[in-house]
Design a protein around this ligand. Structure first.
Ligand code: KIV
Ligand code: ZN
Length: 511
């Protein structure tokens, strides 16, 4: 059976999603998990776009040794040099050069002729090839480009040394039949096509990214570019978990395999959601909370008798933990550690102790502690490891009177600083009190609360986004007390902002 190369661009196109800033350590954490997942190529970033991206790409190249590590660049000498600088220490480096090919882009964005673009493609692929054997070339906006011109540009790129040619549906405009015909046309009409792998890269503006990618694989594309949870620019990219599970579930139809360890999908999805702050919608295929829940009595009855009646995939195959040994306040450290291991976490002794203490506190407030609670607790512990300011105490009064908040924080120099403020509501008062101490101007742009499980004693997860000097920072916090969860989320966002302003920290790439 043919292999389809899984090219993951969660850390590049995925991170381009509005509000999806990741710091360098978070990128490395995701990179390590993508490695566990078994992706073949990891697009780690766009080194020329920001010093933060450069640093992250360098770090990932050094630390993640199994997959190909790819750096993106425009067809411009300085960009190509920067991409090489970023990935040159990778065990398997790849440079990915892109250049617009559609008349719309040539006329309005680049103001160049088709001949000029052809020449640039050739020259810039040659430059990249002088650094590295593994070169990918993408004619951007390919699906709005005349096919006969795509054939020429692809041929020129392969001639100059491209080993993968990627055909992006940059604006999510194509439809499955049309895209399949374009890919089939390339395979048929580009004379040197056998020297390269044909890749596809689809955006989801019409909700067709996965369908388009699969249609292209069906006619011979053998690399697919995708992101975990489908995150990415605008409506996102093709979702990796959907493509991989479609190829696996319908291998009778597609007759291809991938190197993905599908049991790592759920864990990767949770991590990406947690770190980017993009929640996964409940009805999301494969990884949504309802993806394997059966509500109708007829379906439930069928699944009890034989799961195959209404389940086309086994939830265990995507790593959804077989549910669910519920822990409570009498559960000991051993049972907790076992459950963590079953959920795919292996914590060091200190982290385990911290997580266990948090579990005990939760179990005191809440009768049953479920898997989702445990995931939320571990995430909360991981959030608080590298804090600039630490939240010590918090007192909020609200109701018919004037909402008031008093907070005390530990400052970076170890001092305890306390202050208080009035507000229009408890959260407003709380954020104002924190602002009086931290003193970094910012605007709250998003605030949402979700309960992790059902029931009045559920843990509430607060997600917020704040904006400062044009950059968005995400914060998350979890607690059975939603006001406290809101405070933790705000501290998390402020700490990210403060860390990002340290000289070595990452800022959102500007591409
Ligand atoms: O969507 C697109 O065209 C891209 C290219 C840089 C490959 O992301
Ligand atoms: Zn893209």
């Amino acid at each position: 059976m043919d292999k389809v190369v899984i090219f993951d661009t969660t850390l590049r196109d995925g991170e381009q999603a509005a509000g999806g800033t990741l710091n360098i350590q978070e990128k490395l954490q995701i990179a390590r998990q993508l490695d566990n997942l078994g992706i073949d190529v990891m697009e780690a970033g766009f080194p020329a776009s920001s010093p933060g991206d450069m640093e992250a790409v360098k770090l990932i190249s050094k630390e993640v040794r199994r997959p190909v590590i790819c750096g993106l660049c425009r067809a411009h000498p300085d960009d190509i040099d920067a991409a090489w600088e970023g990935i040159k220490n990778a065990a398997h480096p790849r440079i990915h050069v892109f250049l617009s090919s559609s008349d719309i882009h040539l006329l309005y964005a680049l103001k160049k002729s088709r001949e000029e673009i052809l020449g640039m493609s050739r020259e810039m692929v040659k430059r990249a090839k002088s650094y590295c054997e593994d070169i990918e070339f993408s004619p951007m906006d390919a699906t709005r480009t005349e096919p006969s011109y795509i054939y020429k540009i692809v041929e020129a790129a392969i001639d100059a040394g491209a080993t993968t040619v990627n055909i992006p549906d940059t604006v999510g405009y194509t439809v499955p039949g049309e895209y399949a015909a374009l890919i089939a046309g390339i395979i048929k009409n580009v004379p040197n096509i056998k020297k390269a792998i044909v890749s596809v890269h689809c955006h989801n503006d019409l909700g067709l990214a996965v369908a388009n990618s699969l249609a292209a694989i069906n006619v011979g594309a053998r690399q697919v570019e995708c992101t975990m949870n489908g995150i990415g620019e605008r409506a996102g990219n093709a979702s990796m978990e959907e493509i991989v599970m479609a190829l696996k579930t319908r291998k009778d139809f597609y007759n291809v395999t991938t190197n993905i360890d599908t049991k790592q999908i759920y864990k990767t999805s949770r991590l990406v959601s947690e770190l980017t702050g993009f929640s996964v919608q409940p009805n999301k295929a494969v990884v949504g909370a309802n993806a394997f829940r059966h509500e109708s009595g007829i379906h439930q009855d069928g699944v009890i008798k034989m799961p195959i009646t209404f389940e086309i995939m086994d939830p265990k195959d995507v790593g959804i933990p077989a549910s669910s040994l519920v822990l409570g306040k009498l559960s000991g450290r051993h049972a907790f550690r076992e459950r963590l291991a079953e959920l795919g976490y292996s914590l060091g002794d200190d982290d385990l102790m911290r997580a266990f203490n948090a579990f005990k506190e939760t179990a005191d407030k809440k009768k049953d502690v479920t898997d989702r609670d445990i995931e939320s607790l571990v995430a909360e512990q991981q959030r608080t490891v590298s804090e600039v300011y630490h939240l010590d105490k918090l007192q909020v009064t609200c109701g018919a009177g004037i909402p008031t908040a008093a907070v005390s924080l530990t400052a970076p120099d170890g001092r305890t600083v306390a202050d208080a403020a009035l507000g229009t509501g408890p959260v407003d008062a709380l954020y104002k009190a924190i602002n009086r101490i931290v003193g970094v101007p910012n605007k709250l742009t998003e605030f949402s609360v979700n309960s992790v499980t059902e029931g009045i004693d559920a843990i509430g997860e607060v997600l917020i986004r704040i904006e400062s000097e044009g950059v968005t920072y995400t914060g998350r916090g979890a607690d059975t007390d939603v006001i406290l969860a809101g405070a933790k989320a705000y501290m998390n966002a402020l700490n990210r902002l403060l860390s990002a302003r340290k000289p070595s920290a990452s800022v959102k790439s500007n591409h």
